[in-house]
Write a protein that binds this ligand. Structure first.
Ligand code: HEC
Ligand code: HEC
Length: 464
């Protein structure tokens, strides 16, 4: 096939029956995308609502601004919660023999120098992308770092993965609902002092074009602004659930359109007292399904709705003895904080942090707590120069931005909407399902959750 890559995406879309990208709708530039845009996911339907009337497929977000055929849409796909999933990546591999522009060695393969000359070679070179939909992010260890990487145990034996330029395998974050962000990227590295999130997003669009798309020249300021504005206008959430039905029935306020009405400002609900309006922290962060609490009726739909409401109540109020969390326990000088899920997931009805708060809950620890799966991730032994203390991690997190020992393993808590469309979870995709996420927390904080409580929490999370 000797087509321009964008034509290839369209042709591929026509080939594949499953929804791969926004383009699978086979819309021509003149037609309008429905608003909200609805796609099927694991537990029902996902919706993306834009306040601009309809998704503009002529936005530079969908254009090749670089040199390797990629667009933002290569790694941020509407039907995959505006990130990518292993199923979606594999479908693209199978449809193109690994020629789709997402399969590029700069950051798609396990190693830049991998052999990609045959389909079989590509299958193995892109195994991390195919298995857990992670991208290889290579960051330079700051020259002034308080730590030294003293050993790398790399399953891929990659020559380019070094102590000065470690490879981190990370999930693309959703490029939607970004109006709620308090920090950009897992490690907050796109947050510039004194700049707004909207400005950070423009810089992020420039950096993504130069990096992921290997552009020789950056996008114009107008293009960067158009991309940022496009993302800032979009809101994504689950619309229907296979068991509970329409998520706006019986006065529930699920779905993307309701999400677009949600109030937000930096610090809107900060447990550490950072709300600029002076308002105290409210642990009741989610009210989306409050109206379903104690609904009368014994039919399957009503039972599912009650379970979701119970899950929401657990999320808001289940006591969690928070210990050993870098960025929280150490910052407050409190060995135990009697918190809830919402101590960390505090933005009302959104669930990210309402202020930038990098935290280490142990997702990058090696070995990881079960049921987290870290197969294929390199393990870095990091020594803090001042103390000589060594830790083993699969990702240094925020520490590669600040150079601080205290920031090793710290990541942001992402927006918790549209979860059902975008497994696997956590920055490295180590939790295959929402059940695994809940099992992780159960272990990590000794919650002794009952089978019913776990099921209720999962029922709730998958309707977000
Ligand atoms: C090759 C895949 C790939 C491409 C192409 C790509 N991204 Fe990403 N994107 C990622 C990954 C991986 C991350 C998370 C990286 C990290 O945090 O270290 C990310 C993070 C983001 C975030 C941060 C969201 C948040 O919650 O902080 C935004 C916004 C984003 N991308 C937008 C874009 C835009 C706009 C483009 C096109 C200019 C683009 N991306 C192209 C893989 C990609
Ligand atoms: C001590 C802070 C803290 C507490 C308590 C906490 N979380 Fe998290 N949560 C985080 C952080 C930080 C991340 C991102 C970690 C990473 O990927 O490295 C996260 C990630 C998640 C994710 C994955 C999102 C994604 O896009 O991958 C889910 C789902 C989640 N948390 C649900 C919960 C639930 C349910 C509870 C309560 C049982 C809870 N969290 C309690 C801090 C916390």
């Amino acid at each position: 096939m000797n087509m321009r890559p964008s034509a290839r995406v369209l042709a591929l879309a026509a080939l594949a029956a499953t929804s791969l990208a926004l383009f699978t709708l086979n819309i021509s530039a003149k037609e309008k995308v429905s608003n909200p845009l609805i796609t099927q996911d694991a537990t029902g339907a996902l919706g993306t609502f834009t306040t601009t009337g309809s998704i503009d497929i002529n936005n530079p977000f969908f254009q090749e601004l670089g040199a390797n055929g990629r667009t933002c849409n290569s790694c941020h796909v509407s039907s995959e919660g505006w990130t990518i999933t292993p199923a979606g990546v594999r479908a693209r591999f199978n449809a193109t023999g690994g020629a789709d522009p997402i399969f590029r060695t700069n950051d798609g393969s396990n190693c830049p120098s991998a052999d990609v000359s045959t389909v079989a070679a590509r299958q193995s070179a892109y195994s991390m992308l195919l298995d857990r939909a992670v991208i290889r992010v290579s960051l330079h260890t700051p020259a002034t770092a308080e730590f030294t990487i003293v050993n790398i145990s790399d399953p891929h034996n990659c020559a380019e993965t070094t102590i000065t330029d470690p490879s981190l395998y990370r999930r693309p974050l959703p490029s939607t609902s970004v109006a709620f962000l308090s920090t950009v990227m897992w490690d907050g590295r796109e947050n510039a002092p004194g700049k707004s999130i909207a400005q950070d997003l423009q810089q992020q669009a420039i950096d993504a074009t130069m990096g992921h798309a290997q552009a020789a020249t950056p996008p114009t300021p107008l293009q960067a602004k158009a991309i940022a504005d496009f993302q800032l206008a979009m809101y994504t959430a689950q619309e229907t659930d296979k068991l509970a039905g329409d998520l706006i029935q019986r006065r529930a306020t699920g779905g993307a359109s309701n999400l677009s009405q949600q109030e937000f400002f930096l610090g809107i609900n900060d447990p550490l007292g950072g709300n600029p309006s002076g308002k105290a922290f409210d642990p009741v962060v989610f009210t989306t399904y409050s109206a379903w609490t104690g609904l009368a009726g014994s039919d399957a739909t009503t039972r599912a709705r009650r379970s979701i409401a119970r899950g929401q109540a657990l999320f808001n109020t289940l006591p969690i003895p928070i210990t050993g969390v870098g960025g929280l326990n150490d910052a407050l000088g409190a060995p135990v904080i009697n918190g809830t899920c919402t101590t960390c997931h505090d933005s009302p009805n959104v669930g990210n942090h309402s202020v930038a708060a990098p935290l280490n809950i142990g997702i990058a620890d090696a070995p990881a707590l079960p049921p987290l799966n870290t197969t294929g991730l390199p393990v870095y032994t990091v020594r803090c120069n001042a103390t000589g203390v060594e830790v083993n991690v699969t990702d240094l997190g925020r520490a590669l931005v600040t150079g601080r020992c205290a920031d090793i393993g710290k990541f942001k808590g992402p927006i918790l909407r549209g979860l059902s469309a975008r497994a696997p979870y956590f920055h490295n995709g180590s939790a295959a399902t929402l059940g695994d996420v809940v099992d992780f927390y159960n272990q990590r904080f000794n919650l002794n959750l009952t089978t019913q409580q776990k099921a209720d929490l999962v029922a709730f999370l998958q309707t977000l």
